[in-house]
Structures are given as structure tokens and as C-alpha cells.
Design a protein around this ligand. Structure first.
Ligand code: PHE
Length: 448
């Protein structure tokens, strides 16, 4: 979006926002977190977080963007030129660059697996060998650096030319195809012998599994998946016309995003159980199990290739939105050219991505950081993907609820949505529920 153009229609906005929301967060991050945190209990906290916190913050961000027509830093400055509030905007820009660094790495994996499926390297690869294939793949530093650079390059190219709506148009065509493939995979997975145990893991909650860490990651996942807490939706909202309905758009985005994640779970967990694999496979989880599912179905190679390719496209619509936040900030606030902004932000993401590559390689330091004993990659995903987005969402809710004031925000929302029936629920959530629940979780996490 080179100049401050507007989406040509509400479907344009929904596509862009859904394109940002739906990505590997749904198909890679959600299943591995659900697997790691004991299944159904995590799923339920995540779903509750989407409805109670995610939807309201989504509406708040879009409204802030549309009211100001600005990037996150500019939006906060518009309401409060002085004082610390603009720091929330800066945090968002920073979070965008940080998340982009490792998100693009995982997105690169989808390209790698596309070619692996094409070349037949995954043919007849059972559960005994897929983990080894993945490890060898992830440990190949130059290949990973190449895939990361390639993914960032494509993202940068799209953002630099201001043709982000090209990718959204492509999504309009391609995402329904991805959806259909997921439905087919779901049927295949659910009909595998022994799938029932996986369903039980996914759907029968054991709430004794819930710890502050699990809860903060579930909240973080809700924000991550909906692209909230860092201003991506403020930025996209800034391109939205006044006569479009914010609540309706937000409801569509949340629905499409959440259904995609839930479906991914219905594909992954039954298959894991059927093949006797542990749901606690960690980050590579879906790359361990998906090739095995493809192998168990007719035209598996074709489905596999299509799936990884389309997942790559879904990821691309998300990386475009991550980069667009930093680019919009540098262009609007620093008056940099679009090209320079994109080169700087994506170059930075590449550099920060390198230690994430090494987290899967042979360098012990990055595999297990001193003191925290997790890999650099895991540290990045927790600090930026879960914590920073939760903190960002917390401050956005407080800002909209008390500084901009929910009554003024409602005036903005009511333009284009005359009857916003859930207005009072929205105000209640932004003013009380979001601040209290997010702050309490963060508090317990750090004190407990
Ligand atoms: N929502 C994206 C996903 O689920 C990731 C993302 C997070 C994109 C934050 C933009 C901002 O894949």
C-alpha cells in the first residue's frame, strides 16, 4: 500500500486481515503448543482467550487504526503526542521485526518440505525416519540461511512495491483450496485406526495441567494467531473505509482464523496417536507427522506438495503484515523511502534470524542458552510471540478503554456499524476483562 490507499471493499479488508491472521501460527505453532501443554486444557484456555480477549482487542486495534489512519507509533502519538504511550507503538514495531526473524525461518521450512515432497524424499518415510529427516534438514545451516533469506526477500519485494493487496487477492483464490485440502487431511486422519486416543487428548481437558506458564502461552497464542498486540491490525485498520463495519470484519477474521487452528488440531493429534508418536514433539511436530499422513493417502505426493505450497502462501500473507508495520512506521514517522525502510527492517530480521537457525544446529550455545536453558529460538518465540504480544494487547486495551476512552472508540466503531449490539460487552472487556486477566497472568508468571 504505497500511498495511504484504502481497501476497495470490506472483503478486501477481511482478506488482508484474515491473510495476516491465518498462517503457520495456526498450523505449526498451535498444534505444537497444544501438544506440549497437555492437549484439551490448552485448547479451551486458547478458545476462551480468543472470545473474551482476542475479539475485543481486535476491534480496538482496527478502530484505532481507522480513526487515526496511521501506523501504531503514529496512532498513539495522534492521541497522546507527549508521554510514554507511544512506547507501546515502538514495542509493536520491534516485536514485528523480531517475530519476522524466526517466523520467516519456519515459513522457509514449508518451502523446503514442498521440494522434499516433490523429490520423493518423504515417500514411504514412516514415523521412524521423519524425525531424522527433519533434523538433518534443520541442521543444514546454508540451506536454512538460504530459505530464510528467500522468504524474507519475497516478503520484502511485495512490501517494497506496495503490492500487498496482490498477495491478498491470491489468498482469496488459494486459501479456500488450502481449506479443502485440510478437510481431506482431517478425514484421513480421523479414520486412521487408533485415532480415537488422539481425539481424547485434544478434546478431554485435564485442567490440573494448567500453570501460569500454560495460561500465558494460551493467551499469547490467541494474540499471536489473530496478529494482535503489535499493531498489525492498527496498520491494516488504517486502510479501512469509514462505511465498513469493524465488528463484522473482526468477527469474520476471528472465525476463519480460529477454525483453521482447530482443524489443524483435528488433523495432527489423531494421526499422532494412530502412529504412536508423542504429541510433545516440540517445534518440528507437524513436520514429523504430516509427511506420514500424506503417505497414507491416494495422491499423497500431490496433496503434500499443494499443502506445503499453500501453507507457504498463507505464511507469506502473514510475513507481509509483520514487515508492513515496521515499513509503515519508518515511512510515515521517519520519512524514509519505502525501499530503504523495507531493506533495513528485513535485513535486520535476517541477522536476528541467524541465531534461530543455529538453535537447530550444532552450536550448543544457541541450542541451550545459559541461565534460561532453552534455545535461542524458543526464547524468541516466548519473549516476542507470547510475552510482548500479551503486554502489547494489555496496553492497547488500557489505552483504548481509558485514554482514548471506550465511549469515543465506540463512536468510531459505530460509523459503518450502526447497531453494534455487543457494544457494552466490548467496553466491559476492554476496560476490565483484558487489563485484569492479562495483568494477573503476567503477575503470577513473574511472581510465582
Ligand atoms: N497471525 C500470524 C499467524 O498466526 C502471525 C502474526 C503475528 C502475524 C503477529 C502478524 C502479527 O501465523
Amino acid at each position: 500500500m504505497a500511498s495511504r490507499g484504502k481497501w476497495s471493499s470490506s472483503i478486501g479488508f477481511i482478506l488482508a486481515a484474515a491473510g495476516s491472521a491465518i498462517g503457520i501460527g495456526n498450523i505449526w505453532r498451535f498444534p505444537y503448543m497444544t501438544g506440549k501443554y497437555g492437549g484439551a486444557a490448552f485448547l479451551f484456555v486458547y478458545l476462551a482467550a480468543v472470545v473474551l480477549l482476542g475479539m475485543p482487542v481486535l476491534i480496538a486495534e482496527i478502530a484505532m487504526g481507522r480513526a487515526t489512519g496511521k501506523n501504531p507509533v503514529g496512532a498513539f502519538k495522534e492521541f497522546r503526542p507527549r508521554g510514554p504511550w507511544k512506547l507501546v507503538g515502538y514495542l509493536g514495531v520491534l516485536a514485528g521485526v523480531m517475530i519476522l526473524s524466526y517466523y520467516s525461518l519456519i515459513s522457509g521450512w514449508t518451502l523446503g518440505y514442498f521440494f522434499k515432497t516433490l523429490s520423493g524424499a518423504l515417500k514411504n518415510a514412516g514415523t521412524a525416519v521423519t524425525p531424522g529427516i527433519f533434523t538433518a534438514f534443520a541442521q543444514n545451516f546454508w540451506l536454512q540461511a538460504f530459505l530464510l533469506a528467500a522468504f524474507l526477500f519475497i516478503t520484502g519485494y511485495i512490501v517494497a512495491r506496495g503490492i500487498a493487496n496482490g498477495i491478498e487477492k491470491a489468498c482469496k483464490l488459494l486459501m479456500p483450496v488450502l481449506f479443502v485440502i485440510m478437510l481431506i487431511l482431517l478425514v484421513r486422519s480421523l479414520t486412521l485406526p487408533g485415532a480415537g486416543k488422539g481425539l481424547e487428548f485434544y478434546l478431554k481437558p485435564d485442567f490440573s495441567q494448567l500453570t501460569p506458564r500454560v495460561i500465558i502461552d494460551a493467551l499469547g497464542q490467541a494474540f499471536f494467531s489473530l496478529s494482535l498486540g503489535m499493531g498489525a491490525m492498527i496498520t491494516y485498520g488504517s486502510y479501512l473505509k469509514k462505511e465498513e463495519s469493524i465488528p463484522a470484519g473482526a468477527a469474520w477474521v476471528a472465525f476463519l482464523d480460529t477454525i483453521t487452528a482447530v482443524m489443524a488440531g483435528f488433523i495432527i493429534f489423531p494421526a499422532l496417536a494412530a502412529f504412536g508418536m508423542s504429541p510433545e514433539g516440540g517445534h518440528p511436530l507437524v513436520f514429523h507427522i504430516l509427511p506420514v499422513i500424506f503417505d497414507q493417502m491416494p495422491f499423497g505426493t500431490l496433496f503434500g506438495m499443494l499443502f506445503f505450497l499453500l501453507l507457504g502462501v498463507a505464511a507469506l500473507a502473514s510475513t507481509v503484515s509483520l514487515l508492513e508495520v515496521a515499513a509503515a512506521y519508518l515511512i510515515d514517522e521517519r520519512k524514509w523511502s519505502r525501499k530503504k525502510s523495507v531493506l533495513t527492517a528485513s535485513g535486520l530480521s535476517f541477522l536476528i534470524g541467524v541465531p534461530s537457525i543455529l538453535s537447530f544446529g550444532n552450536v550448543d550455545f544457541f541450542r541451550r542458552l545459559p541461565l534460561v536453558h532453552i534455545s535461542f529460538f524458543e526464547m524468541m518465540d516466548f519473549v516476542w510471540g507470547s510475552l510482548a504480544l500479551s503486554v502489547g494487547a494489555l496496553f492497547i486495551a488500557i489505552f483504548v478503554g481509558y485514554v482514548w476512552k471506550s465511549s469515543s472508540a465506540l463512536k468510531e466503531i459505530r460509523q459503518g456499524a450502526k447497531r453494534f449490539r455487543y457494544a457494552w460487552i466490548w467496553s466491559f472487556s476492554v476496560k476490565y476483562l483484558c487489563p485484569l486477566l492479562i495483568a494477573a497472568t503476567l503477575f503470577i508468571l513473574f511472581i510465582g
